[in-house]
Structures are given as C-alpha cells and as structure tokens.
Design a protein around this ligand. Structure first.
Ligand code: SAH
Ligand code: SF4
Length: 405
C-alpha cells in the first residue's frame, strides 16, 4: 500500500481587494455584531466592540480603521483585511452662489458583476438649519411628467450603506464632525449646531420602492447614540405608494411628505402616473391612518406649481376640502424647468394667491424657494448635470479613440 499523499500546503487566502471588502457603513447593530463575530471577536466582547465601532463610524466620522485607537491593533488589522469604512468617490462638488452644494458620488457597486453607479446629493444651508437631500434609487421606475429623474430609467436601488454614506460624505465635506472645521468659504447655518440638521429623502428615486434599504438607513440616521438626527427632522417623500405608507410610519416613524400635485384623479393620473394604481381617495385614506399623526407631527403635502395646469383658485379650494381633518402643511414648489420639459412655472402672484387660500383655511403653506438652480440642484433637476458630464466624457473618449485610429 502506497503512503497517503501529503496534503498540498494551504495557500494563504488572497487579500480581498478594496472592492471586495464589505463596507460596514449602513450595517445596523445586528449586522456589525455578525461582522465582528466573523473575524473571531469573542461573544463576551461583541457588545462593547459594536458600540466602539458605532461611535467611530457615526459620532466621530472616521473613515479609516487605523484611527480607531481604542480597538486593539490586531483586531484593527483583521477588520482592515475584511471590511471597509470607505467613502464613495466624490466625482464632482459644485457650490451654488446661495451656498447650496451638490455632490456627484460614485459607488463601486456590489458583487463581481456590478458596475459603478453615480448618485447626486444636495446640501441646502438656511439661517436656522442645514438640510441634506438624499437619493434612494438611481433613476426611478415612476414617470412623473414634470420630473427630470422620471425620464431616466431605474438603474438600481441604493443599499442602506450607500444612503448613509451620502450623509457621511456631506458631513466630511462640511467639516461637520467633532474637532473638524469647515473648509474655507463654506456657508453653513448661522444658528450654530449641526450643519446637517435635517434630512429629506427627496433626491432621486421613490423611497418606498426601496423600503428594505431606506428603513435601516433612516434608523441609523436617527440613532441617538450615533448620527442622532431627531425623527422630526427627517422627512421621507413619496409619490404615493399607498400599501407602504402605514409600514413607513410604524417601522421608521419619520415625517411624511406626499407628492400630491393635483386635486383631481384625471390630472394626477397624468402628472403622477402611479395615481392610476393608487388614486387620490386611497392616498388620503392612507394619510389619515399614518401612525403617530398629530398636530405636532403633520403630513406635508407637496404641490408643484405648474402654470395653467393645477394652479387655479378652484384647485386651491378643492385641496383644502380634500385634506380636511388631516393635520397638514402644504409645501408649494415652484416648478423647476429642465431641458425638454413641457411645463412652465406658475406666475409668482398666482402662487401667492394659491398659498393665501390655503393659509386662510388654517394650513401653513410655505412656498419653497428654489435653491441651487444655477447648479441644477433644485427639486426634479437631479441627474441632469451628471448626464452632461457623461456626454462630455463620451466626447473626450471619442476624441481619444479617433486620434488613435
Ligand atoms: N420620489 C419621491 C421623492 C423624490 S422627488 C416623490 O416623488 O415624492 C421630491 C419632490 O420633488 C417631489 O415632491 C417631486 O414631485 C418634486 N419634483 C420633481 N420634479 C420637480 C420639478 N421639476 N420642479 C419642482 N418639483 C419637482
Ligand atoms: Fe420618481 Fe419622485 Fe420623480 Fe416621480 S417625482 S419620477 S416618483 S423621483
């Protein structure tokens, strides 16, 4: 009998490339616990390690395991080899004359076949607050006729980590972490406090079509031991995905904004085609049942002002009648035009008349002042600039290929 063959020597596992390492950003405590257990952290110290990591990620905002000084060097090395706390690449940062900032971020994508994707995030400083508008999807499956994002097919949902990373990048760039200062020239709220004090999920995409990622991301943003934004300062805007509204209230519990935009089904079917599936009456019923609804926690109805389409005094009166009994405020959004759009913004006097009718009925009716229009950062304009950027890139590429021929 011949001697058993010797086992071949085990080759050391190849180190994971930067793209292969799982990002810890966006994992909740259970996810971090599993990630730490997987690198051999003993059961009895898991809780402590999770809370240390949580603090480094979301209170101190570090983007490097090396900076986590209360974690033993060996463990830091293990974490570094398997995981990442990296930020997406900032492809472009634009600053508007009014202090609004827009970042074009590139995420490497998940899985071996995934292509990198780009997403836009906007920061809007005001006197007493700084609002970050985050995206939940790349593109959108819905095709609202006045929205530029609606002309762009859905590329994919963002992950929870990619949604949270938008907040972290904004705070990096604004110097909004303990012991860091804003870069020269940054316009931040005058009232002091956090530069990113409010979050609105009003960027690209329909957040209730990506509930499984939006939920953990917003719960991380609201976590009192981490990013610590109050749920009253986080607003989720939906075009009206009725079956998910109650769950959003019960499981996330942030403020709700509804993109209403019309008071008759025939017109809303045109503006917000999702209305064909969930008409106005069903949508308002879901609003009436929104968990936690009260005078202190009102629903915001967003209403884009389109000249000659939805902006008459009769429309305003019908709006008041429809929302009777719902603690609400109405946010009037002057339409932001984009290349190829067929609508015009209502006249200022018309918007004020509309606001006045709603206001006299006892509802706050602020007119949203368009911000960052010069950098195409206003509502419904997102993605246009990055498409142009890509067009430029394409031209450069064509020129290059041409010169090689
Ligand atoms: N998909 C979600 C959230 C993103 S859109 C939703 O529809 O609610 C955020 C807000 O911007 C919505 O109220 C949307 O109707 C509005 N909006 C879209 N395009 C606009 C435009 N061109 N001008 C003004 N507001 C616009
Ligand atoms: Fe999508 Fe909202 Fe734009 Fe409609 S308004 S297309 S739901 S992003």
């Amino acid at each position: 009998m011949s001697a058993p063959a010797k086992n071949p020597p085990i080759a050391p596992a190849a180190p994971l490339s930067a793209e292969e390492r799982l990002s810890l950003v966006g994992l909740d405590r259970a996810g971090l616990t599993a990630a730490l257990a997987a690198v051999g952290v003993p059961e009895k110290s898991l809780r402590m390690r999770v809370s240390q990591l949580w603090n480094w990620l979301y209170v101190r905002g570090v983007d490097d395991f090396g900076a986590m000084t209360n974690i033993a060097r060996d463990l830091r090395g293990e974490l570094e080899a398997r995981y990442a706390v990296r930020r997406p690449q900032i492809v472009a940062e634009q600053v508007s004359g009014d202090g609004t900032r827009k970042w074009l971020l590139r995420f490497p994508g998940a899985g071996p076949m995934a292509r990198p994707v780009e997403v836009e995030t906007v920061y809007i400083p005001d006197d007493n607050r700084g609002t970050l508008c985050v995206s939940s999807q790349i593109g959108c499956t819905l095709t609202c006729s006045f929205c530029h994002t609606g002309t762009q097919a859905l590329v994919r949902n963002l992950t929870a980590g990619e949604i949270v990373a938008q907040i972290l990048v904004a705070r990096d760039r604004l110097g909004d972490w303990p012991d860091r200062a804003p870069p020269d020239g940054t316009i931040v709220p005058r009232a002091g406090g956090r530069f990113v004090s409010n979050i609105v999920v009003m960027g690209m995409g329909e957040p209730l079509y990506n509930f499984d990622a939006v939920k953990p991301a917003l719960l991380i943003a609201a976590d009192g031991e981490g990013l610590g934004l109050s749920k009253r300062r986080i607003t989720l805007s939906t075009s009206g995905v009725v079956p998910m509204i109650e769950r959003a209230g019960a499981e996330i519990g942030v403020m709700l904004a509804i993109s209403l935009h019309a008071v008759r089904d025939d017109l809303r079917n045109e503006l917000v085609p999702l209305n064909k599936r969930y008409p106005i009456a069903a949508l308002l019923d879901a609003c009436r049942r929104y968990p936690g609804l009260s005078n202190a926690k009102r629903i915001t109805f967003e209403y884009v002002m389109l000249n000659g389409v939805n902006d008459t005094a009769a429309d305003a009166r019908e709006l008041v009648r429809l929302i009777a009994g719902i603690p609400a405020k109405i946010n009037l959004i002057p339409f932001n035009p984009w290349p190829g759009s067929s609508y015009e913004c209502s006249d200022w006097e018309q918007i004020e008349r509309f606001a006045e009718i709603i206001n006299r009925a006892g509802y706050a009716s602020p007119i949203r002042s368009p911000r960052g229009r010069d950098i195409l950062a206003a509502c419904g304009q997102l993605k246009s600039e990055s498409e142009r950027l890509r067009a430029r890139e394409r031209l450069a590429l064509q020129a290059m290929i041409g010169s090689e021929d």
